[in-house]
Design a binder for this molecule. Structure first.
Ligand SMILES: [Zn+2]
Ligand SMILES: [Zn+2]
Length: 370
């Protein structure tokens, strides 16, 4: 066995990194010693998503042509569900221009902000990252708000998100952005999880949420709550100002839900692909203002992956691009939120200089003065 040869898992990883990761499979060529080829072949036999195609000997080494087939199990109920809500949303758009009352449109916008803030200020910043503490009334409010968003129970969402931060851009990342825009945006919800996501998900510490009665209660009654808060409530409330029931259902219910989903999904796709990296240029997450605007403050993703425990999830943008920060600050003023964590000026500056890509406004101003 030659020293320095990769082990089978590294062979897989190298094959992935040296070739384009397509939706179904990836092919790559790698040179290893005979022993390692034999090991890799045995290893491939045990895994459904790895297959060695063929090999040939080249100057005492073995060239392996490797094909990694991702276990491509489509989750058909999810595919059907997403097709239906998208078709319903198209009808909702038609109704906006033909039938919907202006009060319904204002209400739809309100419900979108409420549900997104529940996801961002609640599920993301409070529960996934413990960026601040909340009193029980705020916790109840945030659980209800996030249930309107219907993106998985707090427990489920937080587990996936903690895995995402710990194993970003690897197979263990549920919405691994190296697998392309579609996969990281919505594709990951249409197929079974990669085995690494499940394996690493089991190791994530979820004891804090398992001990939280409110979170356990939401998990237990999640689907009835979703039916009530995400679909029935937005359909019934517009009846108060004389809206037709189906117009309310398709506009404030279905279209609002689908639009909210995509705004949050953009954080996993777009904000992991395009934008500046003023805090750490070595990672994929970037600062994307348009995503921040749509996702209530979550598009400053380079900052967030560097300082995930900061309750603002951003340094720049102010309240206009970070409604979630406005919400948490307001809750802090009335005493419902406390122990808000944030980054000190000195830490921030050190990090910008050490690992940033040089696009931070403070550096640009310094350069301008020369
Ligand atoms: Zn991310
Ligand atoms: Zn996060």
């Amino acid at each position: 066995m030659e020293h320095g040869d990769p082990n089978p898992t590294q062979i897989e990883r190298r094959a992935r990194s040296t070739s384009r990761y397509r939706f179904r499979s990836v092919s790559g060529r790698i040179t290893v010693s005979l022993n390692h080829y034999l090991q890799a072949r045995a290893h491939a036999g045990q895994r459904s998503f790895c297959a060695l195609r063929h090999c040939h000997i080249n100057k005492g080494k073995i060239d392996i042509f490797i094909t990694l087939k991702t276990a491509h199990h489509v989750v058909w109920p999810n595919v059907v569900f997403f097709i239906l809500v998208h078709l319903g949303s198209l009808y909702g758009i038609y109704l906006i221009f033909t039938k919907a009352k202006w009060q319904t449109l204002v209400f739809t916008y309100f419900m979108y902000i409420v549900s997104n803030t529940g996801m961002t200020a609640g599920v993301h910043r409070l529960w996934a990252h413990k960026a601040y503490k909340a009193k029980l009334p705020l916790k109840i409010l945030l659980v209800l708000m996030s249930t309107i968003g219907f993106q998985g129970s707090v427990h489920q969402w937080v587990r996936d998100h903690r895995v995402h931060h710990k194993y970003s851009e690897t197979d263990a990342d549920p919405h691994n952005a190296t697998r392309g825009f579609f996969f990281s945006h919505i594709g990951w919800l249409l197929m079974k999880k990669h085995p690494e996501v499940t394996a690493k998900g089991h190791d994530i510490d979820m004891s804090d949420l398992r001990a939280d009665k409110l979170i356990c209660l939401q998990k237990k009654y999640y689907y009835p709550l979703v039916l009530l808060l995400c679909f029935i409530t937005p359909t019934v409330i517009p009846l108060l100002w004389g809206e037709e029931i189906w117009t309310a259902f398709f506009v404030a219910g279905i279209l609002r839900y689908t639009f909210s989903l995509h705004t949050i999904f953009l954080v996993n796709s777009l904000a992991h692909m395009w934008g500046t990296k003023p805090y750490d240029k070595r990672m994929k997450p970037a600062e994307t203002k348009s995503v921040s605007f749509l996702a209530c403050g979550e598009g400053f993703h380079n900052y967030h992956h560097v300082f995930p425990w900061d309750y603002k999830a951003a340094e720049m943008g102010g309240y206009a691009l970070n409604i979630s920060r406005l919400f948490i600050d307001t809750m802090a003023k009335i005493g419902w939120a406390y122990d808000l964590k944030t980054v000190t000026e000195a830490t921030l500056k050190r990090r910008i200089i050490r690992t940033g890509d040089g696009t931070h406004p403070s550096l640009l101003k310094e350069n301008d003065s020369f």
